[in-house]
Design a protein around this ligand. Sequence first.
Ligand code: GAR
Length: 189
Amino acid sequence: MRKLAVFASGSGSNFEAIVKACKKKLINGEVVFVLYDRKNAFVSERAKRLGIKSIYLNPNDFSSKDAYEDEIIYHLTINKIELVCLAGYMRIISMKLILAYLDRIINIHPSLLPAFKGKDAIADAYNYPVKITGVSVHHVVLEVDGGKIIAQKALIIKKDESLESLTKRIHRIEHQLYPLAINKILEEI
Ligand code: GAR
């Protein structure tokens, strides 16, 4: 079984989709732990319910970003993690962690990259307004949302669709696309 870690900052619906896909054997792997950086992140409740170990690391408890990432690398190493899946982890990964896990950190982003990088991609695409948006899974590199694309799925924004409806549809696509992309990457590494 390949060993995965998921990093999240918020709700954790993608984390839950990944765990369920592992249980259904859609992913040839297991989520060993979820790491989160915001104390009240709902992802920790999901982890409890799903029986997955969660690790809370508050960046403010560390003297520097390097020290924070050293601690992350420690947890990844002792748990023999092979792939890190960012899932709504709203923190920029720096050189230290990227080099330690070169080509083994991937991210899901709610737009058709390279369009609408950043933290409000769904609303940015909606307000632009574009007619087609979607979801991308990509490798994580120093440039934010700039790594090689692994998988994408497009979606047509309906006439008069609300932002809430679009957000729901994007999330539904994410929950299907991310497990498929993770399994594909695991076959390659
Ligand atoms: C997801 O839509 C994910 O694509 C997005 O955060 C959401 C997290 O939802 N990530 C980004 O915007 C990264 N730039 P979740 O916590 O329910 O998985």
